[in-house]
Design a protein around this ligand. Structure first.
Ligand code: FEO
Length: 394
């Protein structure tokens, strides 16, 4: 795609990756993604803000053919989907300097062997004049690596936020269609930002000091109504979860499925919004999105070799790593001859401050008493959700 203007002498470069389906050998990309780079041409100097994934280097170099001189490459973040083409850009422009945070300098050396003498490390709040345009650097750590910073273009009120506020969404739209981008942005938050919820709260507070007219992230479309994505983030990082129970289940011979489905029905009957996720062929992003809002996590799994089914153990491992704001958890499942899956589930969630509710465990097919126990569990969950606001589950 050709460069597209977002302000006077400020344009979006980069590549739309329509076909990519997996990131970090982990994260599903049902909607593809984009790697956004931006060109800011001041009266005295020109800066490229971020580059693109190394697979797309030729696309960026083609876009730069019309740029005879480049003074700076701003590296907001050392991860290769944005920094990976820096060596090629530096080779094309032998006088250009990379500008990044202090922490990022070392990481660019480690990850890409960028020579230290080509890097200018800047402090939080430092400004760089391009003549009639001024770049002000704003440290925004842990969105989602420790070195990450954003750039505020003072004269045009554009915030270049890198991964912060981004979305894995391949689209030809320059500006966000808010109805379309909401779920990809939430998925993106859930997958990589959620573990740093508390620090993101502080970053959002910090951004209140800037008059932002446009947010230009490095994945997905540009936001010309910043309040849309800022408010969404405020909602996702708030301390209180929503009135949502996640029931993540796997079943081998249907006994556990019957338990999970009964529990879901009992929860809904008690006014608890419930998301039922089958852990077989799991879309980890879908699980992560449910974890953003859930006040209660229920893992339903049969006993396999005395413990959880591996698919359930993986879900618990992910939940622990993503550190959602859930407050309660429970184990539900069927067994054949014995084991300790409930204890194993608790041991897999050490980073979460969870109240473990009494498990519901049954031998073989659930019987009347087991369904009654599931009703009691639903009652216990519903009573704990009193006062929580409704979940906006799509
Ligand atoms: Fe889009 Fe953390 O890189």
């Amino acid at each position: 795609m050709e460069a597209r203007r977002i302000a006077e002498r400020v344009s979006l470069l980069g590549a739309v990756d329509w076909d990519r389906r997996l990131f970090d050998a982990l994260i599903p990309l049902p909607d593809g993604t984009s790697y956004n780079a931006y060109l800011v041409e001041g009266s005295q100097a020109t800066a490229l803000l971020d580059t693109v994934d190394p697979t797309m280097t030729p696309v960026l170099l083609r876009q730069l053919e019309r740029v005879p001189k480049l003074d700076y490459v701003i590296a907001h973040h050392a991860e290769q989907d944005h920094s990976g083409s820096i060596p090629a850009v530096l080779a094309k422009y032998p006088d250009a300097k990379v500008v990044c945070s202090q922490k990022c300098k070392g990481m660019l050396g480690d990850l890409l062997r960028v020579p230290a003498e080509r890097i200018l490390a800047v402090e939080d709040g430092q400004a760089l004049s391009l003549g009639d345009k001024t770049l002000q650097f704003v440290y925004t750590p842990w969105v989602h690596w420790p070195e990450t910073m954003s750039t505020y273009l003072v004269e045009d009120k554009v915030l270049f936020s890198c991964d912060f506020f981004g979305s894995h969404l391949a689209t030809s739209d320059l500006y966000a269609d808010e109805g379309r981008v909401y779920m990809p942005a939430k998925r993106y938050y859930a997958e990589i930002m959620m573990p740093f919820r508390n620090i993101i709260q502080r970053n959002l507070e910090k951004l209140k000091g800037y008059e932002i007219g446009v947010i230009a992230p490095s994945h997905g479309p540009v936001y010309r109504r910043p309040a849309f994505i800022i408010d969404a983030y405020r909602d996702w990082v708030a301390d209180e979860p929503k009135n949502l129970a996640l029931v993540a289940y796997v079943s081998m011979h249907d006994s556990t499925r019957l338990m999970a489905e009964h529990l879901v029905s009992a929860l809904v009957a008690r006014g608890v919004t419930t998301e039922q996720v089958n852990l077989v062929n799991l879309d980890a992003g879908k699980l992560a999105m449910a974890l953003v809002d859930a006040a209660t996590i229920v893992i339903a799994s049969p006993t396999v070799l005395t413990g959880l089914h591996p698919a359930a153990a993986y879900a618990a491992f992910l939940a622990n790593a993503l550190r959602p704001r859930a407050k309660h958890a429970a184990y539900v499942g069927s067994y054949g001859w014995g084991g300790k899956p409930a204890e194993q589930l608790a041991s897999l969630l050490p980073l979460l401050k969870l109240e473990m509710l009494p498990p519901v465990i049954c031998r073989g097919l659930p019987a009347e008493a087991d369904y009654a126990a599931l009703d009691s569990l639903a009652e216990a969950i519903a009573s704990r959700h009193q006062g929580l606001v409704a979940a906006g589950v799509a």
